[in-house]
Design a protein around this ligand. Structure first.
Ligand code: GRF
Length: 288
């Protein structure tokens, strides 16, 4: 069902991101919430969850930075990592600093000894090993993973260099609530086998003059979900894969933190054709 809202500008038609499942269950036990201030130049569908319409002015976040809004609950995040975890650390720091209106409440990894898992343990963040494997016999099953995420009341799942395909049950449990970061401008240089330096080697070999990270929603396949945000970096004539990787990684941290901040602020809307957009924090009539 669609409600017509006076359209004075772009005539964009969109609907808000659904309320995270866990949060919807928490909220439904409460009464009284802030109703959405709809941007003027947009036509939106009504949310299936009425309390997902909460939207308000920026306020100072719990730890001093600017994040969240009146009526926007702090979100609970699970980050999935297989490696060093620099994106995880950027998100964790942004959450601690107030730039992201959420908290990392779980670190999920297939590599219990990886840098990301070490960082989580050092910061008191519970580590869940998934899946079980020869090198990680302490790993949990899909059902156990889902139960752990439910017990931790996780709102959003963030893949940050997690190299395993996530189970379809997780995708179904978290509709429009799982993000991934990929180190190329998708749909180019994505899919099975495109990870780590292989991506950057392929970009250089193709002769492409630009590359950059993509933040996208996750579906059942590798790197095929809807693109939410991208950044562009140049590919220089004498770049090595390592140099290009470092340039892209620098942008990854910024674009992922910005996308997660928008997700946690309920600033993502879905254009009628299925493309997710980020509503600007400074001007709710503008989208990126
Ligand atoms: C990043 O390049 C990311 O795009 C890819 O894996 C790498 C992870 O880096 N998915 P880090 O573990 O976050 O440092």
């Amino acid at each position: 069902m669609e409600s017509a809202v006076a359209s004075t500008g772009s005539g964009l038609r969109c609907s808000p991101n659904p309320m995270p499942k866990q949060q919807h269950e928490r909220r439904s036990a409460r009464v009284g919430f802030v109703s959405q201030l709809r941007p003027r130049a947009v036509r939106c569908r009504r949310s299936p969850h009425p309390d997902a319409r909460a939207y308000a002015a920026v306020v100072v976040g719990a730890k001093g930075g600017e994040a969240g809004g009146v009526g926007v609950e702090r979100k609970r995040l699970a980050v999935f990592v297989s490696g060093g975890g620099s994106n995880f650390r950027a998100i964790h720091e942004a959450a601690l600093g107030g730039e992201v209106n959420g908290d990392v409440v779980a670190l999920v990894t297939d590599k219990p000894g990886c840098g990301g898992a070490e960082h989580a343990r050092g910061n008191g963040i519970p580590v869940v090993v998934f899946p079980k494997s020869k090198s990680a016999p302490e790993g949990v099953s899909t059902d156990e993973l889902l139960n752990a995420l439910r017990e931790l009341r996780v709102d959003f799942v963030l893949l940050a260099g997690y190299l395993k395909l996530i189970p379809v049950e997780l995708v179904q449990e978290y509709p429009k609530s799982i993000l991934n970061i990929h180190p190329s401008l998708l749909p180019a240089f994505g899919g099975k086998g495109y990870y780590g330096l292989k991506v950057h080697k392929a970009v250089i070999a193709s002769g492409a003059r630009y590359s950059g990270p993509t933040v996208h929603f996750v579906d059942e396949h590798y790197d095929t979900g809807s693109t939410l945000a991208q950044r562009v970096v140049p590919v220089l004539a004498n770049d090595t894969p390592e140099q290009l990787a470092a340039r892209v990684l620098h942008e990854e941290h910024q674009v992922y933190v910005e996308a997660v901040a928008a997700l946690c602020d309920d600033r993502i809307v879905w254009r009628e054709d299925g493309v997710p957009l980020i509503r600007r924090q400074t001007n709710p009539d503008e989208y990126t």
